[in-house]
Ligand binder design. Structure first.
Ligand SMILES: NC(=O)c1ccc[n+]([C@@H]2O[C@H](COP(=O)([O-])OP(=O)(O)OC[C@H]3O[C@@H](n4cnc5c(N)ncnc54)[C@H](O)[C@@H]3O)[C@@H](O)[C@H]2O)c1
Length: 265
């Protein structure tokens, strides 16, 4: 028996930009391994098709939906696609997220363009996808689990780097969206939780170079990086019936970094 047998999941930004295991791909692979059918949402289909093939080779079921989740019409079509293909929706992983790019990103450095782009991609996408998912979960009749993805940058002020004002603001706002969604739909059994991701070695981070990675490791009380699998297993738990009474949780998976300060504040 899989922990997610009979359930249907959407994972946005499922395929990482570079080869390797990202947070979204680990969530999709592990959810499929636990019995869920998974809709993999990406703008480019090539990497997502490879992920779907890997999941099929692993004995799971997944298919690709090509769409940009900043686009309202694409998000509506994503909801239609999951119902057409699988007939229900139980799990939504709002994984899509981007950084501001290299260079200084303190508040005095942020351009309007960067601010708007990060709000659009990191925050508004979670609202748009949840807005479409909630009625589908309700119609499916089995409750639901929405999993938002945040960052330690949204929970802690991190010094020693080039700043992350826009990124941190969008990730902190995701905590508010999570709590509000959890409260609004708890009575219907539609749960909403948020994973606060720490220093995880995804392909995106590998591309940032060894010095950047070592600086991130040095901050972590456990003195190691996490992997996409650490995030994927947390998502499996939050999606499963094991977490049936868990909603509104802001869950750090970070090797102890958030333990350095009282939580929640
Ligand atoms: N890797 C880390 O250490 C770390 C730390 C904290 C938080 N996070 C968060 O984890 C999530 C995933 O990060 P990752 O490291 O696996 O990165 P990643 O870049 O490998 O994956 C993100 C995916 O989202 C896709 N995407 C971006 N915009 C999109 C859009 N508009 N529509 C559809 N797809 C889109 C990208 O193409 C990519 O495939 C992000 O929300 C990120 O902020 C990562």
């Amino acid at each position: 028996m899989g922990r997610l047998d009979g359930k249907v999941a959407i994972v946005t930004g499922a395929a990482p930009r570079e080869p390797g295991v990202g947070n979204g791909s680990a969530m999709a692979i592990l959810m499929a391994r636990e019995g869920a059918k998974v809709l993999l949402v990406n703008r480019s289909t090539e990497r997502a098709e490879k992920l779907a093939a890997d999941i099929a080779a692993d004995g799971g079921e997944a298919s690709v939906f090509a769409g940009d989740v900043t686009n309202t019409d694409d998000v509506a079509a994503m909801g239609q696609a999951v119902m057409d293909r699988y007939g229900r929706l139980d799990i939504l992983c709002n994984n899509v997220g981007i950084g501001a790019g290299g260079g200084a990103n303190r508040v005095e450095d942020v351009t309007d363009e960067t601010w708007d782009r990060l709000v659009d991609v990191n925050l508004t996408t979670a609202m748009k996808c949840s807005r479409v998912a909630v009625p589908l979960m309700r119609d499916s009749g089995g409750g639901g689990s929405i999993i938002n993805i945040s960052s330690i940058a949204g929970a802690l002020g991190l010094t020693g780097g080039p700043g992350a004002a826009a990124y941190a603001a969008t990730k902190a706002a995701t905590h508010g969206l999570t709590l509000s969604t959890a409260a609004d739909y708890a009575a219907e059994g539609i749960r909403c939780n948020c994973i606060v991701i720490g220093s995880v070695a995804t392909p995106m981070v590998a591309a940032a170079g060894a010095e950047y990675r070592q600086r991130r490791i040095d901050m972590v009380p456990m003195q190691t990086e996490g992997t996409g699998w650490d995030i994927g297993w947390a998502a499996v738990y939050l999606a499963s019936e094991e977490a049936r009474w868990v909603t509104g949780l802001i869950l750090p998976i970070d090797g102890g970094l958030c333990a350095l300060r009282a939580w929640p504040r």
